[in-house]
Design a protein around this ligand. Sequence first.
Ligand code: PLP
Length: 395
Amino acid sequence: MAGSRRPGRNFLFVPGPTNVPERVQRAMIVPMEDHRSSSFPELTRPLFEDTKAIFKSREGQIFLFPSSGTGAWEAALTNTLSPGDRVLAPRFGQFSTLWIDLAQRVGLDVVIQDEEWGAGADPARIEEALRADREHRIKAVLVVHNETATGVTSDIGAVRRAIDAAGHPAMLYVDGVSSIGSIDFRADEWGVDCAITGSQKGLMLPAGLGIVCASRRALEAAKTAECRRAYFDFADQTKANATGYFPYTPPLPLLYGLREALRCLSEEGLEQVVARHRRLADGARAAVRAWGLTLCAKDPKWHSDTVSAVMVPEGINGAEVIDIAYRRYDLALGAGLSKVAGKLFRIGHLGDLNELMLLGALSGCEMAMRDAGIRIEPGSGVAAAQEQFRKGREG
Ligand code: PLP
């Protein structure tokens, strides 16, 4: 097996899973224990309360499912809606596409609003569709806050205002899988009825927890919703969680990890976490400009602070850049998915990350791009990001 060891750290710059801080890793090395013991609720009960902070919710109820984010998508929809219910969903990237597909497969009638990949949800179009729906047949609006496939962040506050301006009673469901814990998210203020995330991005944990923060209205809707559900039933969870237990064997290490990850976020301060992601993203964007390349996001208002999707020049395959980066430099970049396969590579800049780590990744991008035949000035992106970072630290 000579040559199989890869020395040093793998540079993990996919937009999830993200780096797990060492203290969170250590917190997950626990012996297994009886999840029905009388002391188990000492771990779980504060978790249900403390997790609300990352959603900026006081009102909501937290559901922790042993699943990835996709399970949380399904849980949110099937617990609160009935087969044939109409929902409105903008579609502008692979994750909005997949959520719509799931919604259709659980029996919902999805009115799709297609936007260009590289744009986000259009509040004006949402308002128009809701105004036209005089009989209030649309029960919910589903929006992906941060479309990880294209590096596009939508304005959820504006979507809320659009729903209110239309005077429409639709509920608002938001996928915050690659935004919550990294980009400003305000479940209560924006009136988000189901906010959804997973453990492996801003929460800096392995994949394995699907999390829903449900509003009172969503919980009320769950009482009459008829979509079929069993494992993900809110009612089973609510009953067991009320005393600090789960309806089934919970993933213990992840719960210990979640407790430690929430401590990390609270020690840094959620506002500082959001500001750090903005600072890192500004550096990545400065690098892309210096390379003379463009982002998939069509307008600065869509720029994501957790992932930059970098378009490669015509005639270059983005997948080759990614493969070279991985094989030669131990740098993991995100692939172009579906419609944008081969056209871009993605730099994930979220989670447990600082400036120097990102500069390392940008340097690896430069080498891989040059190896793949993209003509960029060596060091140009790194230098631009450095200057951006220095500016961001002034004062
Ligand atoms: N939504 C978004 C925005 C995502 O980025 C992802 C995964 O990357 C998902 C949903 C699906 O989550 P999971 O892969 O945890 O099921």
